[in-house]
Design a protein around this ligand. Structure first.
Ligand SMILES: Nc1ncnc2c1ncn2[C@@H]1O[C@H](COP(=O)(O)OP(=O)(O)O)[C@@H](O)[C@H]1O
Ligand SMILES: [Mg+2]
Length: 222
């Protein structure tokens, strides 16, 4: 089953002489439960594509269907709820709340929906990400890599069907990057989620089931 279906998708920014065709006619599908890497030069449209899949942007033209839902048919409020329940975002900067412990940071998204944590899932997740023993610590006490793992656990805690990761290890050395990306892959496989990860790095894209190359707002190979 295709969890993401994109048809003739365009996203333009600005107008006239300032018009930027960030995405210029993308058609592709992504299979449920698979790990897709999106690669391409800086400015090629990778983040724009991810933000359209996550419903953070609305298309200029074309359709984005996620989990069978045409995002254009949702109101802005409905899209926010859809995002909270279906999508986990991981960014290059982890945006942990400094005043909250690692555990409190990870559980934070559940509080937004008034949901109780699944403790078993929480412990399995944090163990897989190497955070056992760090849960009562504050973010500043952790290495950058461990902080990113906490942000990843936070993205997974709502059991989203899709994880969208935008260069999550862009600021780490290759060994740490491979380590973290490997953990993300293991978690998504374990919980049968779909992982879409943007990377600049060939070594990381090799972990993926499929690699999509983007150039100038178009898919050049996949
Ligand atoms: N909010 C925006 N407003 C104007 N231009 C944008 C915006 N977001 C992205 N762009 C432009 O769209 C193009 C693709 O950007 P982006 O998707 O961020 O590329 P990538 O993530 O591959 O580096 C770039 O030329 C960028 O400057
Ligand atoms: Mg980007």
């Amino acid at each position: 089953m295709d969890i993401v279906q994109i048809k003739r998708l365009k996203k333009y920014f600005g107008e006239g002489a300032r018009l930027v065709k960030a995405l210029d006619g993308v058609t592709l599908s992504m299979e449920k439960g698979k790990f897709t890497a999106v690669v391409g030069a800086s400015g090629s449209g990778k983040t724009t594509l991810l933000n359209l899949i996550g419903g953070l942007y609305t298309p200029t033209e074309g359709t984005v269907i996620v989990n069978g839902i045409d995002l254009a048919r949702l109101s802005e409020d409905q899209r926010t709820i859809f995002r909270r329940r279906n999508i986990g975002f991981v960014f290059q900067r982890y945006h942990l709340v400094p005043e909250l412990t690692v555990e409190e940071n990870i559980l934070f998204p559940l509080a937004l929906d008034n949901l109780r944590p699944d403790r078993d899932y929480f412990f399995r997740l944090t163990d897989m990400l190497g955070l056992d023993g760090r849960l009562k610590d504050y973010p500043y006490m952790l290495s950058g890599g461990a902080q990113q793992c906490a942000a990843i656990a936070r993205a997974f805690i709502t059991k989203p069907s899709i994880i969208l990761a935008d260069e999550p290890t862009g600021s780490f050395d290759i060994k740490t990057s491979q380590n973290i990306s490997g953990m993300m892959k293991a978690v998504t496989e374990n919980f049968r989620q779909t992982l879409i990860l943007i990377t600049h790095n060939q070594e990381l894209s090799q972990l993926a089931d499929r690699v999509i190359h983007i150039q100038n707002g178009r898919v050049v190979s996949s």
